[in-house]
Ligand binder design. Structure first.
Ligand code: GCW
Length: 677
């Protein structure tokens, strides 16, 4: 009877565990056969990280003998490693064991992508010290702007019950060099710092540690008052300072290598030092002082804007530039790539380069809040690269954001880069199978920002799907063009923030939330009227162009020299304005929307053609998502063109597809996805 039952259970489980292609393995898909035997791995010591490195080799490495060697003289590689072919051996060297583990994942990647593993002479040094994921996970298990199910962190079950996914998470991140994680939402609950929660955090930190991942927490600025019962949370109040000091001691007792705090203060209703007439520097320094003795850092966000007449794109700059030089050296200012909010395309944030004495780090959004969420295939490496490669001219020509933040131009002791995670408890971790590529791309670029979007897509596709050229070529092309395609069908030519309020999924260019703050309404951002469309940020408008270093202020400020892909970001442009290709602005806008739609239709065909190269389960899943994306693209095109046409009063060029929806019907769509703004 017992046996019979077991038999049935196996019968039910095996077909799914063995054959199901649910995407849960991400890019770590190694051959089922065994790797090399333990005696072919030379190494000293028994450190837990080293044990993981050896286990990975024993399970998966099909190549020659390996030596794993720690070498103190490699400190200058900042956690990096070397891989060298020496006679019949491969020697991986690093200052510490974590570098060896990274080296092991490197050679496994070479093996998996069928790259050469002979005559290797590789030196790898990460672009950034802290390569960090920001989870916007709430203590109740929901995730702000998360589209892959609930949070991985099971706070209710911790510290006693441990999900196997904690370790899988750590391993996957280590495989791409991510070495830090902020566990909770920047809209932080004070409860995160409660003793019982810290004990849960400790369990996660212990699991992550051997994989080289440090834990950080978002903290609520009012914690002393809310949690500690103090009268206020004024950073200059000694009792408040003491509360944070004691809290830091409590945390470090549990987690000796705790990374530090991430803070969203005085932004979108969050408390902060300004509640007490203090500055961001006062607030950040108070926390920096209590973390300093333990080596902890403060990542202070520059995403601040308040209900005022001032152009939202200028506000962070106005608040932070006067504070340059006032921050402790263990404070780093975390700046979103654009000055508004993770839009499909923004001009880069002019704060980059403007703080000369304060370390700056980029915050990217991996989760696709404004890019079709878990439904649209949008590969984000080109967006990340566009920001990192942007020349700010802060220190003359070639002062790219990459060089400002990686320490090349500003020799700060602290360098970091953050990505808002797209990870949840969905089987495939990220909702859309292709969204895994965005997690991967963030990690790879945090490790080496010189990699190209193409190299990263190539690696990821070979590891995750198939290395057949007939598959790779069209699918890579689809990935590489997908971000521009999304810009085209959502917000071409520098349009921004014309999303439906709240969930930010579909179009709502007519959105005018009277009574609310103007900068939460789409009409505030596109400014369409009978004359034209676009936000005037030149001298005649908000003059946000003045925040850019010369010659960019002039280049952006002049409609003739402003790049056309940002023209409506910086200018209010007449409908009949003549674009570089001779078309009027209205025509150009129409063709852009049309191109966006057409491209998605092509992606559908391309995907169907590669069916023989993809397992059925993932094939269908992606096919279904592309269908949604195609419908959404038409929805965007019709909504925006029909609405803007009420101002331009011009015909939609006759060689493009006619609208299929009625504007009035589109205006009635209210998706029930809910959110505060
Ligand atoms: O992008 C906006 C989001 C908010 C988010 C905020 C921020 C965590 O719509 O959900 O809050 O930015 O980055 O703080």
């Amino acid at each position: 009877m017992q046996h019979f039952r077991l038999y049935i259970i196996l019968f039910l489980i095996i077909p799914f565990t063995v054959f199901a292609e649910d995407g849960s393995q991400l890019w770590l898909r190694f051959p089922a056969k065994n790797g090399i035997s333990a005696d072919k791995i030379l190494s000293k010591g028994n450190n837990p990280t080293l044990q993981i490195a050896k286990k990975e080799l024993i399970n998966y490495w099909q190549g020659q003998e390996i030596e794993l060697r720690t070498d103190k003289s490699l400190k200058n590689l900042k956690g990096g490693y070397t891989i060298k072919s020496v006679q019949n051996k491969l020697v991986i060297s690093a200052e510490k064991e974590i570098g060896l583990l990274y080296g092991v994942y490197h050679i496994l990647r070479l093996q998996q992508t069928k790259s050469s593993i002979t005559n290797l002479d590789i030196t790898e040094k990460p672009s950034y010290d802290v390569r960090i994921l920001n989870h916007w996970d709430n203590l109740d298990g929901t995730i702000e702007r998360g589209y892959a199910g609930h949070s991985l962190w099971k706070w209710e079950d911790l510290p006693n019950t441990i999900s196997p996914r904690y370790e899988e998470y750590a391993r996957v991140n280590a495989s791409i060099g991510i070495n830090a994680a902020v566990l909770n939402n920047v809209n932080a609950s004070p409860n995160m710092l409660r003793k019982d929660y810290l004990e849960k955090v400790k369990v996660l930190a212990d699991i992550f540690r051997p994989y080289g991942i440090k834990v950080y927490l978002s903290v609520n600025f009012s914690s002393p008052k809310v949690l500690g019962g103090l009268e206020n949370s004024d950073p200059l109040n000694r009792e408040v300072q003491k509360w944070w000091k004691d809290k830091a001691a409590e945390i470090y007792k549990l987690i000796p290598d705790f990374g530090g705090f991430l803070v969203k203060a005085n932004s979108e209703g969050q408390p902060g030092p300004q509640d007490y007439g203090r500055t961001h520097a006062d607030g950040a320094n108070m926390m920096a002082d209590v973390l300093k003795p333990y080596g902890g850092i403060v990542m202070w966000r520059a995403f601040v804007y308040s209900p005022s007449k001032e152009d939202r794109a200028k506000q962070a700059y106005l608040e932070f530039v006067p504070l340059d030089g006032k921050f402790r050296d263990n404070v780093i200012i975390q700046i979103k790539n654009g000055p508004v909010d993770f839009q499909p395309r923004e001009a880069f944030n002019p704060l980059f380069g403007a703080l000369r004495k304060t370390p700056e780090m980029v915050e990217f959004q991996i989760t696709q809040e404004y890019l079709g969420q878990a439904n649209h295939l949008v590969y984000l490496a080109p967006l990340f690269k566009e920001t990192l490669d942007s020349d700010t001219y802060s220190d003359g020509k070639n002062s790219t954001i990459a060089k400002i933040t990686d320490g090349t131009l500003r020799p700060h002791t602290l360098t970091a880069i953050a990505g808002v995670a797209n990870i949840g408890e969905d089987k495939n971790w990220t909702g859309h199978h292709f969204a895994q590529a965005n997690w991967y791309a963030f990690g790879r670029l945090a490790w080496n920002h010189d990699l190209t979007s193409e190299q990263i897509a190539d690696e990821w596709l070979k590891m995750t799907f198939n290395d057949d050229e007939k598959f790779l070529k069209p699918v890579k092309e689809m990935m590489l063009t997908s971000r521009e395609t999304a810009v085209d069908y959502m917000m071409p030519l520098g349009l921004h923030h014309i999303f439906a309020g709240g969930h930010h999924y579909g179009p709502e260019p007519w959105g005018d939330y009277k009574g609310g703050r103007p900068d939460w309404s789409p009409v505030y951002y596109h400014q369409a009227n009978q004359q034209g469309i676009g936000f005037d940020r030149t001298k005649s408008g908000s003059n946000a162009v003045a925040n850019y270093f010369p010659p960019l202020n002039d280049i952006y400020g002049n409609i003739k020299t402003c790049p056309e892909n940002l023209i409506l970001w910086f200018h209010h442009v007449p409908w009949n304005y003549q674009m570089k290709d001779g078309k009027t602005l209205w025509e150009e806008l129409s063709y852009k929307y049309d191109t966006g739609v057409k491209n998605v239709r092509e992606y559908q065909k391309d995907w169907d053609k590669v069916q023989p190269f993809v397992d059925e389960e993932r094939f269908q899943h992606i096919q279904a998502k592309l269908k949604i994306q195609a419908r959404d693209a038409v929805w965007w095109k019709d909504a925006c063109l029909l609405y803007f046409q009420t101002f331009s009063k011009m015909p939609i060029p006759y060689d493009i597809e006619r609208p299929v929806y009625e504007l009035d019907d589109l205006k009635k769509i209210k998706l029930n996805m809910g959110h505060h703004n």
